[in-house]
Every structure is written in structure tokens, then in C-alpha cells.
Design a binder for this molecule. Structure first.
Ligand SMILES: [Zn+2]
Length: 97
């Protein structure tokens, strides 16, 4: 009766749920906004206020940014992802190719 019914979904972290992030990745790859899979070198580092090409949110200094070099994402020559966004994007390859 008094079961706690809280879930992470209610937390106001501003982050997307994994499923939402994955669907967004698939639709962005399908629309050509993001390339499919990885085709360049990746570097990881601390965020510097870049916009994530997947979720369009700022990647703060307290977060890890994954940068894929050598491909185009939208109008950018450099693709910056939050780490979970990068993971979601990587998982799209088998679904959109
Ligand atoms: Zn992101």
C-alpha cells in the first residue's frame, strides 16, 4: 500500500532517459544529421561548454566530452557528445545501416 513509487525518471537532472537518447540518436542518423557509427578518431576530455550534437545540451566542465574528429555532425566539423550520448549513438549503427 505504501510502496515507494519514486523513480529516476522524476529526477530533474536535465538528462535524457536512455531510451529517449537512443531514439533521438536513431532519428538523427536516419535524417543524416549525424553520420552512422564511428568513422574518426575519438578523444575524451573535460567539457568546455560545447553543445552535444545528440541532445543539444551543454557539456559542462564537470562532464566528460567525447569528440569524434574527422566527420560532420550537422553543420559542425567536430562532433561533441556527452559520454552517454556517444554510447547511444554508437549503438545505433546496427539499427540504421
Ligand atoms: Zn548529450
Amino acid at each position: 500500500m505504501d510502496m515507494e513509487c519514486t523513480s529516476a525518471r522524476g529526477a530533474e537532472t536535465g538528462a535524457l532517459e536512455a531510451d529517449d537518447r537512443f531514439s533521438l540518436a536513431v532519428s538523427r542518423v536516419r535524417s543524416g544529421y549525424l553520420p552512422a557509427g564511428q568513422s574518426g578518431a575519438v578523444s575524451a576530455g573535460a567539457g568546455r561548454g560545447e553543445l552535444c550534437v545528440l541532445c543539444d545540451r551543454v557539456i559542462g566542465a564537470d562532464e566528460v566530452v567525447y569528440e569524434v574528429i574527422g566527420m560532420k555532425c550537422g553543420r559542425s566539423r567536430k562532433c561533441s557528445f556527452h559520454r552517454p550520448c556517444y554510447d547511444a549513438w554508437m549503438m545505433t549503427s546496427p539499427h540504421v545501416l
